[in-house]
Design a protein around this ligand. Structure first.
Ligand SMILES: [Zn+2]
Length: 110
């Protein structure tokens, strides 16, 4: 719930800055390693956005892969989830670099 509230705050700040009154579509990027459940997020967003500039907006969620450094391959590889092995060498000698983040990618306004 707090996640969609944070998101809504960002949207409302933009609405004040860029002066728009209606958001029709919100595109979010969510890291594959975050524990965000897209469906639950959509549901929460619907309820927190009621009565705001984002009421009725379509929520588009784009999953971005997680990235980790593989010590054995000495390079950054993409991983689908926490604890996943390296896709190249199948090793577990990994250090997660990104994939937990969520960011507002695009707002379509009317
Ligand atoms: Zn590897």
């Amino acid at each position: 719930m707090s996640l969609s509230q944070n998101m809504l705050e960002i949207i409302e700040q933009r609405a004040r800055r860029d002066v728009f009154t209606r958001v029709t579509r919100v595109t979010l990027e969510i890291g594959a390693l975050s524990c965000v459940e897209p469906q639950a997020l959509g549901f929460c967003f619907d309820s927190v956005s009621r009565g705001t500039v984002a009421e009725g907006a379509t929520l588009v969620i784009v999953r971005v892969p997680g990235r980790a450094w593989c010590w054995d391959c000495s390079r950054v590889v993409e991983i689908p989830q926490h604890g996943a092995p390296c896709p190249d060498c199948a090793g577990f000698n990994m250090q997660v670099r990104s994939g937990n983040e969520m960011q507002l990618k695009e707002l379509e306004v009317a």
